[in-house]
Design a protein around this ligand. Structure first.
Ligand code: FES
Length: 155
């Protein structure tokens, strides 16, 4: 993919070209592109005199960083104990069915990435789904369809 070198240079400057701040630079890039393009890893590592392999190690170590393009919205289905007991597996399946993707996947229109997580810390609302920063509590399978529609119509 084409990367915007001017943008990457400005990120380098923002962090004072300090190689110990590479993680922060990666996070900025991820915010910009919604993932970390391998060309960007290479570009930064070369400018900072870090072996590119080290950049990859960091990028794969931190779960918050993604090497593959992600959807505009990330759906987290909580699979912690409380949510599990209240039917989270069925909720996850409903999202998979409606979006025609599997857990970890991204829809072809790049609108959604679907993930599962362990306890989002609001067990009283089980089963809980978090989309970006917004929580949906006591979700049922019919609700899944509605939630997806809500996001689609907001585009
Ligand atoms: S188990 Fe789902 S929020 Fe705690």
């Amino acid at each position: 993919m084409e990367i915007d070198e001017v943008k990457l240079d400005s990120i380098l400057e923002k962090y004072g070209r300090d190689k110990s701040l590479l993680l922060g630079m990666f996070q900025d890039i991820q915010r910009e592109y919604r993932y970390l393009p391998k060309e960007a890893i290479k570009y930064l590592c070369e400018r900072l005199n870090i072996p590119v392999i080290k950049g990859y190690e960091m990028a794969t170590f931190y779960k918050a960083l993604s090497l593959v393009p992600r959807g505009r919205h990330t759906i987290h289905v909580c699979m912690g104990t409380a949510c599990h007991l209240k039917g989270a597996p069925g909720i996850l399946e409903a999202f998979e069915r409606e979006l025609k993707i599997k857990r970890g996947g991204t829809t072809d229109d790049m609108l959604f990435t679907l993930e599962s997580v362990n306890c989002l810390g609001a067990c009283a609302l089980a089963p809980l789904v978090r989309i970006d920063e917004k929580d949906y509590g006591k979700v049922n399978q019919t609700g899944v369809k509605k939630i997806i529609e809500e996001y689609k119509s907001g585009e």
